[in-house]
Design a protein around this ligand. Structure first.
Ligand code: AMP
Length: 427
């Protein structure tokens, strides 16, 4: 049975908490952006304030073996500072029994990077490139078998499990999902996860109408499932950025050298036909800022989006497109934004994306619910200083994208799931 962090009695309990401390580090192993740590602190503090102790676990980077470069020891001091208590460190996440057992209420222990073990992800490592299918299958079976022991060991350290790592909620890893089964009556979401789930529900389940989705970014192929899941739910669907040119080409427009995917033209036509059937207002860019090179210093001009000359490529939304979109956005009560509407990494072509961020801020101030989630639009609103002017900015790129695709995220399902047979063997 799922518990709730606000009503759970942590007195004298050890909580094992999966967080996403996968923070960027510079060459001196200093944290360059501690957002992910700060976002997990309220959950960690709640456990300590409630009389519990903490076993904190995370991954860092994508190590394929034990590798000091990816050690979480680099962040212990900063986590201690943010948490306000000295955090102990367990150099091997599979040999922390004594340290976990010795924890007193109010104390915290951080486990070494879970991904130093292949069992965390449950994927075999070190297979020869020419391994046969049988060898691959055997290696997979072996890691799955040892994954059970790995998970059980982590579970044995604690009395309850909290998942506060939305960034990995779309992965069925040992620490993000499998461990939950050892805590059938003592598993819960942390505050960050609760916030993300509520934000997803606010747009996918309880959207106030009109509901508008703005989907941008580079490729239709990576957003097809998103578009398909949103179509029956939205009133307006704005398609911008590089992916828009496949749609414009599908309608017979000339797109010059703009990014596009010819093999997805049938799907683009299908989405447009379905939008019409469902009465969804599908809005493409009408005017585009084009450049004669994919560079910030390129020559550029504004042209109709379906008349882009050869040798020029679409880089940003033009003024007329933005004016259309402004009307749609300001007329909406719920807005979901995923993906920039231009090459926002280049200042010359960041204006459209900046404008969208401004429209969202204005809509939010007028009472609309606005969620920015999944990938580069988050980076864009943060870079442009609009993160606190929208209702919610998601911390999970891939996880948010999969949620918007309508998928059940394993990290969420594992907490919500009912009683399971494998009882906790650790009390
Ligand atoms: P995604 O990860 O799919 O959300 O795509 C984000 C990327 O799309 C960013 O790196 C943008 O620079 C890129 N992008 C947006 N508009 C365009 C465009 N018109 N041409 C090429 N890339 C674009």
């Amino acid at each position: 049975m799922q518990q709730h962090i606000d009503s759970y009695d942590f007195t004298g309990k050890k909580a094992i908490v999966r967080v996403d401390f996968n923070v960027p580090l510079n060459e001196n192993f200093e944290i360059t952006d501690d957002t992910r740590i700060r976002r997990a602190i309220p959950t960690l503090k709640k456990v300590l304030a409630g009389g519990g102790s903490l076993i904190i676990m995370s991954h860092l980077g994508r190590p394929k073996k034990v590798d000091p470069k990816f050690s979480l020891k680099h962040i212990v001091a900063h986590v201690s500072e943010c948490l306000g208590v000295p955090v102990q460190f367990a150099e091997d996440c599979q040999a922390a029994d004594a340290q976990a057992a010795a924890l007193k209420p109010g104390e915290a222990l951080l486990l070494e990077n879970l991904r130093f073990y292949a069992e965390e992800e449950g994927k075999p490592r070190g297979l020869a490139e020419d391994a046969s299918d049988e060898e691959k299958a055997a290696a997979k079976k072996a890691v799955k078998a040892s994954q059970k022991e790995f998970t059980k060991k982590l579970a044995s350290y604690a009395d309850c499990y909290i998942n506060d790592a939305f960034g990995t909620a779309h992965r069925a890893h040992a620490s993000t999902a499998l461990i939950a089964e050892y805590f059938p009556n003592d598993k819960m979401f942390g505050y960050l996860m609760e916030g993300e789930i509520k934000a997803i529900d606010n747009v996918l389940k309880n959207a106030k109408r009109p509901f508008t989705a703005i989907i941008g970014g580079s490729k239709v192929s990576s957003k097809l499932a998103v578009l398909e899941n949103l179509l029956p739910k939205v009133d307006n669907l704005i398609i911008g950025g590089g992916m828009g040119y496949t749609f414009i080409k599908a309608m017979g427009g000339k797109i010059g050298n703009s990014l596009h995917e010819d093999d997805l033209i049938p799907q683009a036509l299908d989405i447009m036909a379905r939008a019409k059937e469902l009465g969804v207002n599908l809005s493409l860019s009408t005017e585009t800022v084009v450049a004669d090179d994919f560079s910030n210093e390129a020559n550029h001009k504004t042209v109709p989006s379906n008349e882009i000359p050869e040798g020029w490529e679409g880089m940003d939304a033009g003024k007329a497109s933005l004016e259309n979109w402004k009307k749609i956005i300001l007329g909406s009560k719920t807005i979901l934004w995923n993906g920039p509407v231009g090459v926002f990494e280049m200042d010359t072509f960041a204006k459209g994306t900046l404008q969208i961020a401004e429209y969202l801020a204005e809509a939010t101030a007028n009472g609309a619910y606005t969620l920015v989630g999944g990938g580069d639009s988050v980076a864009a609103v943060t870079k442009m200083g609009y993160a606190d002017k929208v209702s919610y900015v998601s911390t999970g790129g891939g996880a948010m994208l999969e949620a918007i695709e309508g998928k059940d995220l394993p990290g969420i399902a594992a907490i919500r799931g009912g009683q399971v047979s494998n009882n906790k063997s650790n009390s």
